[in-house]
Design a protein around this ligand. Structure first.
Ligand SMILES: CC/C=C\CC/C=C/CC(=O)SCCNC(=O)CCNC(=O)[C@H](O)C(C)(C)COP(=O)(O)OP(=O)(O)OC[C@H]1O[C@@H](n2cnc3c(N)ncnc32)[C@H](O)[C@@H]1OP(=O)(O)O
Length: 288
């Protein structure tokens, strides 16, 4: 178990260094996730695929499986977060889409769509405690949740265009639903990454936190808003707001996967990803 776990009290979720009797580690043999539940059946799902939580098929499969478990055990809320104080999630594992077989690209993307359906369509309230950078697929994970709290001085956004391909249409719709058509078009066409405060201004995140502890307090505050709301009513409303997009992704999952694979497999796109990776490595080299 990592050195940090989250202790819950009746008044909220607090960062602590010791396991409280009130918190139990969920069963399930996860390599890249830690799942804790408090006495109110709120789950804290922490991604811990070092160094940057890139979403490979294994991590995506684990997230999908946790979501099934949380539905079955009638979880009352979920906080999605990262083990890292620098990166929430760095998006799809680039090495699973660069120079990879179409079948591997397809599996990775299709599993992301499975997570889309389960997380975006979950019956319980969901909040992302974004403790670091959240580019591309990292931002997408946040967008699947109902509410986003982001620690200050990081970056978030859909930068797919910078890598040489476009964000798939369900993600474009999700972005439009969140920040409006004009802002989404400007952001997507330039692959813009927003700073935390810019993201708040545009509505991409809902609250800013000064650090992880505050992010958790605010996440807990969001979940507590629903204490007096009958869960059935809440869920009906949520599903009715999300139905069109959920149905689209569910019905067209295969079509979207084929489209993504074809696009990523294009020679020009692979060249752009190679250049992007070079750039990433150079940045790292120059920083040292
Ligand atoms: C309906 C459909 C739904 C959705 C479609 C969504 C499609 C999404 C496409 C994607 O998500 S593509 C991935 C896009 N991701 C990025 O552009 C992020 C790239 N990474 C960064 O900008 C930075 O690494 C960072 C800001 C996340 C972290 O910076 P820093 O803390 O300085 O770490 P390093 O840059 O040194 O990286 C450490 C290590 O990790 C590797 N890495 C980083 N990101 C990824 C990644 N996405 N996949 C695989 N590996 C990644 C990086 O290369 C370094 O590796 P070393 O071997 O050099 O240590």
């Amino acid at each position: 178990m990592s050195s940090y776990v989250y202790k819950t009290t009746r008044r909220g979720v607090l960062l602590a260094k010791t396991v409280s009797y009130q918190v139990r580690l969920c069963s399930g043999n996860f390599r890249h996730l830690e799942v804790l539940k408090d006495e109110n059946n709120v789950a804290i799902v922490t991604m811990k695929r070092a160094p940057v939580n890139s979403l490979n098929t294994e991590l995506l499969t684990e997230i999908s499986s946790v979501l099934t478990d949380l539905e079955e055990t009638k979880c009352s809320g979920m906080i999605l977060t990262s083990f890292s104080d620098k990166v929430f999630c760095s998006g799809l594992d680039i090495y699973e889409i660069f120079k990879s077989k179409p079948s591997a690209i397809g599996t990775s993307f299709s599993t992301l769509l499975e997570v889309f359906i389960k997380l975006y369509g979950s019956t319980f309230p969901t909040v992302a405690a974004i403790t670091g950078h959240a580019p591309a697929g990292g931002c997408v994970l946040g967008l699947f949740c109902e509410y986003r709290i982001m620690v200050q001085n990081f970056k978030i956004g859909l930068n797919e265009d910078q890598l040489g391909f476009n964000a798939p249409s369900p993600i474009v719709k999700l972005m439009i639903n969140t920040i409006g058509h004009r802002n989404a078009e400007l952001a997507l066409t330039s692959g813009r990454l927003f700073t935390t405060s810019q993201a708040l201004q545009v509505g991409l995140v809902d609250e800013i936190a000064k650090d992880r502890t505050e992010a958790f307090e605010k996440a807990d505050g969001f979940l507590r808003r629903f204490e007096m709301i009958p869960p059935l009513a809440r869920n009906f409303t949520k599903q009715s707001m999300r139905r069109a997009l959920l149905q689209d992704v569910t019905i067209n999952r295969e079509k979207y996967t084929e489209g993504f694979v074809s696009m990523i497999s294009l020679h020009e796109v692979q060249q752009s990803i190679a250049a992007y990776l070079d750039n990433l490595k150079n940045k790292k080299r120059n920083a040292h």
